[in-house]
Design a binder for this molecule. Structure first.
Ligand code: BV8
Length: 247
């Protein structure tokens, strides 16, 4: 069966067949087919009036921690009911087919891990961790309070995600930059390429000679910077890409 999504699909498959190290960056779009709304999608229900870019900030949390906890608990419930989709599963399979694969995700939903991917670099943290807002340490607890507090210092606990204006964890930053610089194929999947420094990884990869490709049903700000921009849903294109490597 001739693969769809040409031009680009066959070239990307050929590049993956000889790649020694593949670096994949995913964004909210890869979880869209699992029913998890992307940041660009309008927020749902009572959250429709809020802009996530305004909510996902330390200022919003410090102003109204109760509101933030209600938002994150709503998102946790939504993600807990979601399942990995064929796009997540295909990336877990791709890791078995290439000598080395580094998966960097901007997503905080943990769906890559549930799909079987290992060593996932969670560039923006994880929705299900609770961290002390003052000390930064992850705290495991069974508090039922609307705004749980740190047992060490009494500060508010907050979800273990990176908010706008907060620094990416040093390890995640360094490992992602190193993988982008070392890889021979860089594949961006389901991201609008608007959020930095994640959106800058493709530049590092390209400057170091990697073949760079994008899978997104819509054009993005970075589309012109890719060797191949494949206009497709991740849950369709990624399984077909893996299928083409198996045949
Ligand atoms: C920082 C966790 C510095 C929270 C998130 C230049 C350099 C450095 C920083 C900046 C810079 N310019 C601006 C900044 C500041 C800022 C930033 O980038 N702002 C943007 C809005 C301009 N960056 C930061 O603040 C970062 N921190 O730089 O710190 C620093 C240094 C030292 C000391 C102090 C500070 C931190 C950014 C992290 C923010 N946190 N998430 C939470 O989730 O609650 S980011 C958040 O946005 C999510 O992680 C999400 O992933 C991301 C949105 O991006 P996408 O993933 O791309 O999702 P989006 O909805 O936008 O797009 C979805 C795409 O999917 C679309 O293109 C769509 O077409 C596509 N799609 C849809 N369906 C499908 C599909 N694709 C495939 N298949 C489908 N089926």
């Amino acid at each position: 069966m001739k693969p769809r999504f040409e031009p680009g699909f066959s070239d990307l498959a050929a590049a993956l067949r000889t790649a020694q190290h593949v670096c994949v960056l995913t964004g909210a779009g890869i979880s869209a087919e699992s029913g998890v709304p992307t940041f660009r999608d309008a927020q749902q229900g009572l959250w429709a009036k809020y802009d996530p870019h305004q909510l996902a900030t330390p200022e919003a949390f410090e102003e109204d921690p109760e509101l933030l906890w209600r938002w994150y608990r709503w998102r946790r419930d939504l993600v807990a009911k979601a399942d990995p989709n064929p796009g997540h599963l295909a990336l877990a399979k791709l890791a078995e087919l290439v000598p080395r694969l580094t998966l960097v995700t901007q997503n905080v939903d943990g769906l890559h891990q549930r799909a079987g991917s290992h060593g996932v670099i969670e560039f923006h943290g994880n929705l299900f961790d609770d961290r002390c807002h003052a000390e930064g340490c992850v705290i495991v607890h069974d508090q039922r309070a609307e705004v749980p507090v740190c047992p060490n210092c009494g500060a508010h606990l907050r979800p273990g995600v990176v908010w706008f204006g907060e620094a990416i964890a040093e390890t995640a930053l360094n490992e992602s930059f190193a993988a982008a610089a070392d890889c021979s194929v860089f594949l961006s999947v389901g991201t609008s390429s608007l959020v930095y420094p994640a959106a800058g990884l493709v530049d590092i990869a390209r400057e170091n000679g990697a073949i760079v490709a994008e899978i997104n049903p819509n054009p993005t700000l970075n589309s012109g910077n890719y060797d191949f921009a494949i206009a497709a849903n991740a849950g369709v294109a990624l399984p077909e890409l893996v299928e083409s490597l198996l045949n």
